[in-house]
Design a protein around this ligand. Sequence first.
Ligand SMILES: Cc1ncc(COP(=O)(O)O)c(C=O)c1O
Length: 345
Amino acid sequence: MKDLIDLRSDTVTKPSEGMRKAMYDAEVGDDVYKEDPTVNQLEETVAAMFGKEAALFVPTGVMANQIALKTLTQPGDEVICDYNAHIFQYESGSPAALSGLQLSLVNTANGLLNVENVKPLIRPKEAYYMASTKVIEIENTHNRAGGIIQPLENIKALRELASRNDLYMHLDGARIWNAHVATGIALADYAANFDTLACCFSKGLGTPLGSMIVSDKEKISRAFRIRKAWGGGMRQIGVIAAAALYAIRHNIRRLAEDHSRAGILADFLAGTGDVDIDISLVHTNIIMFKPLKISPEQLIINARKEGLLISTGAPGFIRLVTHLDFNDEQLAETKKIFSKILKAA
Ligand SMILES: Cc1ncc(COP(=O)(O)O)c(C=O)c1O
């Protein structure tokens, strides 16, 4: 049987041989005692890459975001974020459930936060009868908006707004690597604008799991307590940290290939005339489109019959995500499958 082509997410990749070898060879210890040398090396390496003092390894991106929000807030505080932000759409109500937070949602065009759409939501400090605005949260790249990159000038202007109003900034940088590779902007230049940031090794970088919270020493030591309290203390987890170190060395620069294949596929889809797609929004490895003659649900079923796994993004949209395990041969095959299923619709 032909292998399925899987474009549902960049989380579907399997660890490569080189990565598995690095995992096998990893030196380990008990990370709850901070005695795992590979985890310690990973935390130091990633903190330095982002120009920050410290970092904390956690199992998932959700845990990284949620612990970061908890370190910055008290119950009853408010976090400003985009309506389509992962922390609002896809984290199971955790800001409310775990930290007693209220989210103040910005209706943006394509997930782009800026001073104009955020400023009106900052509540006056003297309004004791309102929730207290505490954090501005930004997602870069923005998943539900189709992998778009938040312009650095918007981020810098928001940082200034946050500082003027005594607010924190948190970055959901699950795919910050993609923004970095696509723009050439240094990770540290993005990070300089944030008090806490979350990044993932399990998306485009291809590790089986693993995310990081990056911040100053004081916030990371608070995050360390919260991680333990929430059941996230891990033991000989250097086997996974070794995969992340391998990914940092080998899989960041190659993200450009994923972006290039996404661009080619988006152009191809636009050329069929059978989909509604804005190729100017395909900045990185995610493509969003609406099929014109068939429902997204039916397209997903028809694609599966041809050996192509795809899924929905925002309501009404199909989302395709290119990744480490999607090559040129599969790209050619994907185009053929789309030609067939879009024409037959
Ligand atoms: C932008 C963003 N943030 C956070 C996450 C959560 O990551 P995880 O699935 O590791 O919890 C994801 C997952 O896809 C994501 O796309």
